[in-house]
Ligand binder design. Structure first.
Ligand code: NAG
Ligand code: NAG
Ligand code: NAG
Length: 252
């Protein structure tokens, strides 16, 4: 177990608070909880268990965003609340993005034809982002999509954003233009159409699989707080930092 200065400080503070503990070993503090043997020797077995347990038990909060690439409110949500929350508390947040939104699909042979609310360019943007999500892991996929959405014109900015984040754009364009992208986008359609209740607008969010108006409002007003409040484990430090949200005039 790697112990850095902060964890040692926290450990020492924790042990200092346990007035009954008698430390009687020759190991330096950063090693006390590194193995059960050393913990036994140093008489801190119980403390090490309490100290390390909280973070390891709580599962991440599932948060899913259903959206479409050219909807202005989706762009505002991704570049505002979602970006802020994901940047601060990605450790406790399992983010899933589903770029399809209010699109519709029709089967034509073995492929699907998509009609998008904001026209053909939006279908193209959805396909790019679907293929980015297929190839790039988080957080890279999120950062790339954020870069596209914050530009307000995702398609012409796609290549630049992928280059910036080190995503292979040729691979993504090939995917988006072929049968792989078509079938991945169909999966996004199925996920969206499986929503209960069905979505009425986008952005549309679910928290641990659940959508309510209350959850939606909390997500739009302070997503970081919603994730922190929902998380059952020890809150990461970012949860207690109340940063005023800048909603506009951010120089890019
Ligand atoms: C994260 O969410 C995806 C579905 O969106 C799910 O398949 C996966 O199991 C989740 N992971 C965790 C750690 O909850
Ligand atoms: C997409 O495919 C079409 C036909 O299959 C082709 O004409 C076009 O050049 C391709 N576009 C890209 C960006 O690869
Ligand atoms: C998140 O989703 C995964 C996959 O569906 C599930 O196994 C897990 O229990 C969920 N986590 C929470 C906190 O609900």
């Amino acid at each position: 177990m790697m112990a850095n200065r902060l964890t040692i400080t926290v450990l020492l503070a924790f042990l200092a608070a346990q007035s009954s503990v008698v430390i009687s070993c020759n190991f330096p503090p950063e090693l006390w909880c590194s193995s059960e043997e050393i913990a036994k020797t140093c008489n801190v077995v119980k403390q090490c268990a309490e100290w390390s347990a909280p973070n390891s038990v709580a599962p991440k909060v599932n948060f899913t965003l259903y959206y479409e690439s050219y909807c202005p409110d989706c762009q505002v949500f991704i570049s505002g609340q979602l970006h802020e929350a994901y940047t601060a508390v990605s450790d406790i947040m399992n983010l899933t993005m589903v770029p399809y939104g209010n699109a519709m699909e029709t089967q034509k042979g073995s492929e699907y034809e998509f009609q998008c609310q904001h026209g053909a360019i939006e279908c193209q943007g959805n396909l790019y982002e679907t293929c980015i999500l297929h190839y790039a892991p988080f957080p890279t996929a999120f950062k790339t999509i954020y870069c596209m959405e914050v530009s307000r014109d995702p398609v012409p900015n796609a290549q630049k954003c992928m280059e910036k984040m080190g995503v292979n754009y040729e691979q993504v364009f090939t995917c988006a233009n072929g049968s792989l992208g078509n079938s991945l986008e169909h999966q996004m359609a199925l996920k969206t159409d499986a929503l209960k209740p069905p979505h009425q607008y986008v952005p549309w969010v679910t928290l641990n699989g659940v959508h309510t108006e209350k959850i939606q409002n909390k997500a739009e007003n302070d997503l970081k707080k919603l994730i922190c409040d929902t998380y059952k484990g020890t809150k990461p430090p970012a949860c207690s930092q109340d940063k005023p949200t800048l909603r506009s005039c951010i120089r890019e």
